[in-house]
Design a protein around this ligand. Structure first.
Ligand code: GTP
Ligand code: MG
Length: 367
């Protein structure tokens, strides 16, 4: 956020810097001349001096400009489903079970790729699944305005019930306006109690359909692969009630699901295309990273040349490792390099300011 040094603040108000420091100490903030005062502290301090403090809206070059699509350009795309829930309630097991039943059967050697996203085919229709992004990544995506999820599957273990991260997941989904389907998992366990789960869910505004509410609850067992078909049918049903569309014929835009530095291959990112079609050879910006797609693999590890809306891909050719939750956007190479450079400069300056070191710009301006 915005900040101002003690010295600058004193100068601005025409008072002694030592007086500002005293006031700050009075407020419980230990400061020296060159320390930065953050926006909130500046407001409190302002009140002390009887001045109104206006906070400058931070510039947002981190936001990659989007292109407007016309309604007639939009066509149906597979729904993107995120599986969420409390630790150990069976999110990964459920995804694995769905994948084994609907993906691995056609996969050579049955080796499952462990990328954070995959597509399954049900009744001839595709669904894109996202392995639970950590709540941080989910929050980051929302903060960047990337609505990457169409439907959330909330996994609740029938023997454990609603737990803190279940509630967190419900709140995330609510805030994002994403419909929730509840998978009551581990119904094979002798101490499972689906009714207790439904009871607890009502306390958080999710009332099961069979209790007169609107929330679809499907009892499942990931271990025994029970209830999976019903769950997937419900996903398609909920998807049909929404407008799940995108324009495939435009420069691709989407989000980074996960990324890492691979010893042999360099930076590798799993990306989800939300709009447009991503093609090998195209330049892009991912977060603040410039890249030029050198190669793309689908969730089965097969090389592909292009990826349309809702398709998760592994991308090689980035100049560095982006963050999970970062937005990516294809643009012409010159612009992509300039935009990435600009964002990186702003970020570096912010970091320097935070670490208390002076930036070159400030050094020159103060001379
Ligand atoms: P985190 O990623 O750590 O949050 O956990 P998770 O939600 O992905 O749970 P995971 O799939 O790793 O499962 C946790 C444990 O529950 C494992 O020991 C699974 O074998 C077990 N488990 C998952 N689903 C079922 C089920 O349907 N029945 C039974 N009996 N056990 C299950
Ligand atoms: Mg897991």
């Amino acid at each position: 956020g915005e900040s101002i040094s003690v010295q600058e603040y004193a100068k601005l108000l025409g008072i002694e810097a030592t007086d500002v420091i005293k006031k700050l100490i009075g407020l419980g903030v230990m400061a020296t001349l060159n320390n930065e005062i953050d926006a909130e502290t500046a407001q409190i301090l302002g009140a002390e001096y009887g001045v109104e403090t206006k906070i400058k809206e931070p510039e947002k070059p981190e936001e990659l400009e989007d292109i407007e699509d016309k309604p007639e350009e939009l066509i149906e795309r597979p729904p993107v489903v995120t599986v969420m829930g409390h630790v150990d309630h069976g999110k990964t097991s459920l995804l694995d079970a769905i994948r084994e039943e609907n993906v691995t059967a056609t996969e050579a050697g049955g080796i499952t790729q462990h990328i954070g996203a995959y597509q399954a085919q049900i009744n001839g229709r595709k669904i894109t699944f996202l392995d639970t992004p950590g709540h941080e990544a989910f929050t980051a995506m929302r903060a960047r305005g990337a609505q990457a999820t169409d439907i959330a599957i909330l996994v609740v273990a029938a023997d454990d019930g609603v737990m803190p991260q279940t509630v967190e997941a419900i709140n995330h989904a609510k805030a994002a306006g994403v419909p929730v389907i509840v998978a009551i998992n581990k119904i094979d366990k002798p101490d499972s109690n689906p009714d207790r789960v439904k009871q607890e869910l009502t306390e958080h505004g999710l009332v099961s359909e069979d209790w007169g509410g609107e929330t679809i609850c499907v009892p499942v067992s990931a271990i025994r692969k029970e209830g999976l078909d019903t769950l997937l049918e419900m996903v398609l049903l909920v998807a049909e009630m929404q407008e799940i569309k995108a324009n495939p014929d435009r420069p691709a835009r989407g989000i980074v699901i996960e990324a890492e530095l691979d010893k042999g291959r360099g930076p590798v990112a799993t990306m989800l295309v939300l709009k447009g079609t991503l093609k090998v050879g195209q330049p892009l910006v991912a977060g603040s990273i410039f890249g030029k797609v050198r190669a793309m693999m689908d969730y089965k590890g097969r090389r592909i040349k292009s990826a349309g809306p809702s398709v998760p891909v592994e991308v090689l050719g980035l100049s560095d490792v982006p963050n999970a939750g970062d937005v990516f956007q294809v643009m012409d190479e010159k612009k992509a390099r300039a935009v990435a450079g600009e964002i990186q400069t702003v970020k570096r300056e912010e970091e320097l300011r935070r670490s208390g070191k002076i930036s070159l710009d400030e050094l020159f301006n103060s001379m």
